[in-house]
Write a protein that binds this ligand. Structure first.
Ligand code: CTP
Ligand code: MG
Length: 171
């Protein structure tokens, strides 16, 4: 069983393709108020959680709220794919601005699993090609996260390892 040690005050970036189980993982291990989800912020600014044209505004708002929480000393989890270096750089910046450790938790499931889960969801419309691109972005990201500034990188490979993982907050 993987025990994921996380500082009591951290900015935790979940990293994984659509259908990797980020939102499920966040709900299982963290309080709802600790989780900032890109979907929720798209809905907040555009009334549509799938409106990609709202992404810049949604992430602007998400970063702002993350910064406020960190200033107040609250553990914060970012539930977004975080597959692009620039997306992760934005989170590392917010963490550093508040002297908080950025931590990454990578959920790496087989593409077939992610596809099965995603295509059976009524609230997801992305196609096979988009998922394949996400998977490529994940492959390209692996091994770079420490260099990008994440002080701890936990990589969970496969459905079973993700299922068995436990989060331990360090006092
Ligand atoms: N799911 C599952 N078993 C798991 C984890 C997730 O059956 N161990 C299902 C969820 O119920 C959901 C789908 O798979 O219907 C996607 O999981 P979710 O946690 O929503 O994945 P995300 O990574 O958050 O996907 P997205 O990026 O699209 O939000
Ligand atoms: Mg999700």
């Amino acid at each position: 069983m993987s025990i994921l040690d996380i500082p009591e005050l951290a900015l935790v970036a979940l990293v994984g393709v659509s259908g990797s189980g980020k939102s499920t993982f966040a709900a299982r291990h963290f309080a709802p108020s600790q989780v900032l989800a890109s979907d929720a912020f798209r809905a907040m600014v555009a009334d549509d959680e799938n409106d990609q044209s709202a992404s810049a505004d949604a992430f602007g708002a998400l970063h702002h709220v993350a910064g406020v929480r960190l200033r107040r000393g609250r553990l914060t989890v970012v539930d977004a794919t975080n597959l692009q270096p620039h997306a992760r750089a934005g989170l590392v910046r917010v963490a550093r601005e508040h002297d908080v450790l950025p931590v990454a938790i990578v959920l790496d499931v087989p593409e077939a699993v992610a596809w099965e889960r995603t295509r059976s969801r009524a609230d997801r419309t992305l196609g096979r090609q988009v998922l394949a691109r996400m998977q490529r972005d994940l492959r390209r990201s692996s091994g770079h996260l420490e260099r990008e500034g994440f002080r701890r990188v936990h990589v969970l490979r496969g459905v079973e390892e993700i299922d068995a993982a436990q989060v331990r907050l360090e006092k």
